[in-house]
Write a protein that binds this ligand. Structure first.
Ligand code: ACO
Length: 380
C-alpha cells in the first residue's frame, strides 16, 4: 500500500533541516558558490588546499594561515605502516570504494583520538583525513595491481602528490593543476546524500571515523558519486559516435536513466559540468577530439533536445571521467577521487552542524495494519 499524502517529502526533496554558511546552489540558474564566491572563480584562481581551509573555517585564509594549513596537511600525509599492510592484504579485484570504506574505518583504529567527539578533535581528525585520503586511495590503486605503495612527497601539492603516489611518476604542472581543479569542483555541494549521511551519523554524537565511513558508503551509489564510473561504462557500451543517439533514444524509450545527467537540485546545466566541458573542449581543440569526447558531445545534444523540458541537463559526473582518463586514471578510481575531494565538504559540514547539534530523527507516516494480535508461529 502506498500513500499519496502530500505532506510527505519523498526523498526529503525541498526540506531545509539546517543553516549553512558554506555552499549556495541556485538550481534553476545553475549557480554554485562557496562563501558567496562562484565555483568558476574557485576553479580558476584557487587551490584544493585553500578551498579546504575556507570550508573548514568559513572564511578565506591569509597567506600565512594558508601556508600553515598546507604544512599541516603535508605533515599528515603518511598513514600507519600497519594500515598499508592491511590494505595490501585486501582481496584483489574488489571495488576501490569498498576498500576505501573499510580502510578509513581501519584508519580510526590506529588513531588514539578517534573516540573523542569534541569540536577540536573533529577538526584535527578531519584535517588528518583530508591529507590521508590521498595516501590511502593511491595505496589501494597500487596494491590492487600488485605494486608497492609509494610514500608521499612533501614538495608536491595535494593534487600533484596524489597523482605521483598513484602513477609512480611526477605529473607535469599542467596535469597537477588540472587535477587540482577537478578536486576543487567536487569539494563541497551543500546537503547531498553523502554529506547528509555524515551529518546524520555525527548528530548521534558518534565519532568522526563513523561519520566519514557512512558518507563513503553513501557516495558509492550510482545515483550519487558512483555516476562518474557509470558514465564511462555507458561510453564503453555505446562504443561508437554513430551509436550514441540510437543508444540514448532506446534508453529513454525504455524509461531508463542516462548516467551523468539529471540532478535533484539543478534543473539547468550544473556549472561544474561546464567547467569540465570547457576543459575537455580545449583539449579537443589542441589534440583533436577524443573518442570519448565525441560521444559525450553527441549525448549532451540528444539529452538537451529530449530532456531539457524536464530540467534534465549534464551534471558534474558527465565530463569528469574524460578529464580523469586524460590523466591516465582507471575508471574504478573515479568515485574514490570524488571522495578524495568531498572529504573536505564532509568534514566542514559535520563540524558546522555539530557546533549546534540536534539529533537527526525524521518520522514516517505509518501505513501498516492496526489492532492486530500476536499469532503463535504454529497457527500462522
Ligand atoms: N535520465 C533520464 N531521465 C531522467 C534522468 C536521467 N538521468 N534523471 C531524471 N530523469 C527523469 C525521470 O525519469 C523523471 O521523469 P518523469 O517525470 O517522466 O517520470 C524526471 O526526470 C524527474 O526525475 P526524478 O527521478 O524524480 O529526479 P530526481 O531528483 O529523483 O533524480 C537523480 C535525481 C537521482 C540524480 C537522477 O537525475 C539520476 O538518476 N541521474 C542519473 C545518475 C547521476 O548522474 N547521478 C549523479 C548526480 S550528481 C551527483 O551526485 C554528484
Amino acid at each position: 500500500m502506498s500513500t499519496t499524502n502530500p505532506n510527505i517529502a519523498k526523498g526529503l526533496e525541498g526540506i531545509v533541516f539546517t543553516e549553512s554558511k558554506l555552499t549556495f546552489i541556485n538550481g534553476t540558474e545553475g549557480i554554485l558558490t562557496h562563501l558567496g564566491i562562484p565555483i568558476q572563480e574557485w576553479a580558476e584562481k584557487s587551490t584544493f588546499e585553500e578551498l579546504s581551509f575556507a570550508l573548514l573555517q568559513a572564511r578565506l585564509p591569509k597567506a600565512d594561515e594558508l601556508a600553515a594549513f598546507d604544512a599541516q596537511l603535508k605533515a599528515n600525509r603518511e598513514i600507519p605502516g600497519e594500515l598499508l599492510d592491511i590494505i595490501a592484504a585486501y582481496p584483489k579485484g574488489i571495488h576501490p570504494m569498498q576498500a576505501l570504506r573499510t580502510a578509513v574505518s581501519h584508519l580510526g583504529l590506529f588513531d588514539p583520538q578517534a573516540e573523542e567527539i569534541t569540536a577540536e578533535a573533529r577538526y584535527a581528525i578531519g584535517v588528518r583525513m583530508i591529507a590521508q585520503f590521498a595516501t590511502i586511495i593511491a595505496a589501494l590503486g597500487r596494491t590492487q595491481e600488485g605494486k608497492e605503495p609509494i610514500a608521499p612527497r612533501q614538495d608536491l601539492t595535494h593534487a600533484g602528490n596524489f597523482l605521483y603516489m598513484l602513477n609512480g611518476t611526477e605529473p607535469t604542472p599542467e596535469q597537477a593543476r588540472l587535477f587540482d581543479m577537478a578536486l576543487i569542483l567536487h569539494a563541497d555541494h551543500s546537503m547531498n546524500a553523502s554529506t547528509f549521511t555524515a551529518i546524520a551519523t555525527a548528530s548521534t554524537l558518534s565519532d568522526m571515523y563513523s561519520a566519514i565511513t557512512s558518507a563513503i558508503g553513501s557516495l558509492k551509489g550510482p545515483l550519487h558519486g558512483g555516476a562518474n564510473e557509470a558514465v564511462m561504462d555507458m561510453l564503453d557500451e555505446i562504443g561508437t559516435v554513430e551509436n550514441a543517439v540510437p543508444y540514448i533514444t532506446a534508453k529513454l524509450d525504455n524509461k531508463e536513466k542516462i548516467m551523468g545527467v539529471g540532478h535533484r537540485v539543478y534543473k539547468f546545466f550544473d556549472p561544474r559540468s561546464r567547467v569540465l566541458r570547457d576543459y575537455a573542449a580545449k583539449v579537443a581543440e589542441q589534440q583533436g577530439k577524443s573518442h570519448y569526447y565525441q560521444i559525450l558531445e553527441t549525448i549532451e545534444q540528444a539529452v538537451v533536445e529530449r530532456l531539457s523540458s524536464k530540467g534534465i541537463y549534464p551534471n558534474v559526473d558527465f565530463y569528469s571521467g574524460v578529464v580523469y582518463s586524460d590523466l591516465g586514471i582507471k575508471k574504478e578510481y573515479f568515485t574514490p577521487i570524488f571522495a578524495l575531494a568531498r572529504i573536505s565538504g564532509w568534514v566542514a559540514s559535520v563540524n558546522e552542524y555539530t557546533a549546534n547539534n540536534r539529533l537527526l530523527r525524521p518520522t514516517a507516516e505509518y501505513i501498516g495494519p492496526v489492532d492486530q494480535h500476536y499469532v503463535d508461529i504454529q497457527n500462522r
